[in-house]
Design a protein around this ligand. Structure first.
Ligand code: ZN
Ligand code: ZN
Length: 345
């Protein structure tokens, strides 16, 4: 192991602090919601797998391509199948280092979109798929590794309500059926909001692409959504005028827009419903790294982004090189020595 990747020394550790507890799926007692049968004791097999009685390597290769829901169904075929699935190296590593990723996938029912191999590959990479920073979270609707900053700010990590995909984008039922979707777990996701009921949510990118395929282009999708919004506003005006005939349109419109749902970014519960904290599994040293924050960036004036950044040992050392050593809990950049110019005449 080279020096850059070696575990942090005691003095380096003093400049770090663990990740914030994030109000995502991992905080909803997933172990009570989803019982994984992986560790269940199973007697010795009596029967074989019939046509699937193949060499272990071949079977592992096939099972790696199965979606997780099918893999769990295969596990229930007989004791032999149970042993074979449990012996998969990728599944073993997932269960050892990040069982909550698997529980989260089954809790929101996205197992049919994700394979064991895909999940293992995401856990063995530490980079956010959007910004390449260290990412301590998995967006389990489509199995994407993501950092806190990206999933709390980008439109693609805000799942869309199925009712919105139908009404605001105009997607018909047969198209909706093919889009990756999830059932949210009822619970409280951000401190500012009450408990949320179960909803059907869809991947925003897939909804957008389906909308473009249906209407022709992004502009046409936008026009359709605007037309629907205008119709809804008009219906609201009519119903309000019936109740209070003296109300002017200006006040009705203001009232209507005030009640429209808006994205509150890191206070938006929907942004946390498909998120679970995951470690980075380093297959070289067979350890799980959960990432940590830099103490000097906690109060950094550069903005929220730098305090949200997470690191592993090698990235933290790069950060110190780039932003300066930490002295009295602040990054300290050495002043560049002034270059002596020619003596004035
Ligand atoms: Zn990111
Ligand atoms: Zn820092």
């Amino acid at each position: 192991m080279d020096e850059r990747n070696s575990p942090l020394t005691k003095s380096e550790l003093a400049f770090t602090y663990p990740p914030y507890p994030s109000d995502n799926l991992g905080h909803l007692e997933l172990d009570k919601l989803v019982r994984l049968s992986y560790h269940r004791l199973c007697k010795e097999p009596k029967h074989d797998l019939g046509v699937l009685d193949l060499p272990v390597e071949t079977l592992n290769m096939i099972m790696g391509h199965l979606d997780l829901r099918s893999l769990m169904s295969l596990q229930r075929v007989n004791r032999r199948a149970f042993h074979m699935v449990n012996a998969m190296p990728e599944l073993g590593a997932i269960m050892e280092y990040s069982p909550n990723a698997l529980r989260a996938i089954f809790a929101i029912k996205t197992g049919r979109f994700i394979t064991c191999r895909m999940l293992f590959a995401k856990l063995c990479s530490y980079q956010c798929e959007t910004c390449s920073e260290f990412a301590g979270y998995l967006y389990v609707l489509t199995c994407k590794r993501v950092c806190y900053h990206c999933f709390t700010s980008l439109p693609k990590y805000l799942p869309v309500l199925r009712s919105d995909a139908r009404e605001r984008i105009g997607l018909p039922a047969d198209i909706i059926k093919q889009i990756p979707q999830m059932k949210s777990v009822p619970g409280r996701y951000t401190a500012l909001h009450r408990r949320r009921p179960r909803r059907t949510l869809m991947d925003a990118t897939a909804v957008r692409e389906a909308g473009i395929a249906l209407h022709g282009n992004a502009r046409a999708v936008e026009c359709y959504s605007k037309k629907v919004a205008a119709e809804k506003l008009e219906a609201y005006r009519v119903s309000r005028r019936k109740l209070e005939p003296d109300l002017v349109d200006h006040n009705i419109d203001r009232e209507y827009s005030f009640n429209l749902p808006r994205d509150e970014y890191y206070f938006n519960p929907r942004r946390f419903m498909a998120i679970v904290s995951v470690p980075f599994i380093d297959i070289q040293d067979r350890r799980a790294h959960w990432g940590f924050h830099c103490l000097a960036c906690l109060t950094d004036v550069k903005g929220i982004k730098s305090s949200d950044r997470q690191y592993i040992a090698s990235l933290f050392r790069d950060h110190l090189q780039e932003d300066g050593e930490i002295i009295r809990e602040k990054h300290f950049t050495k002043p560049v020595a002034k270059i002596q110019g020619p003596n004035p005449p």
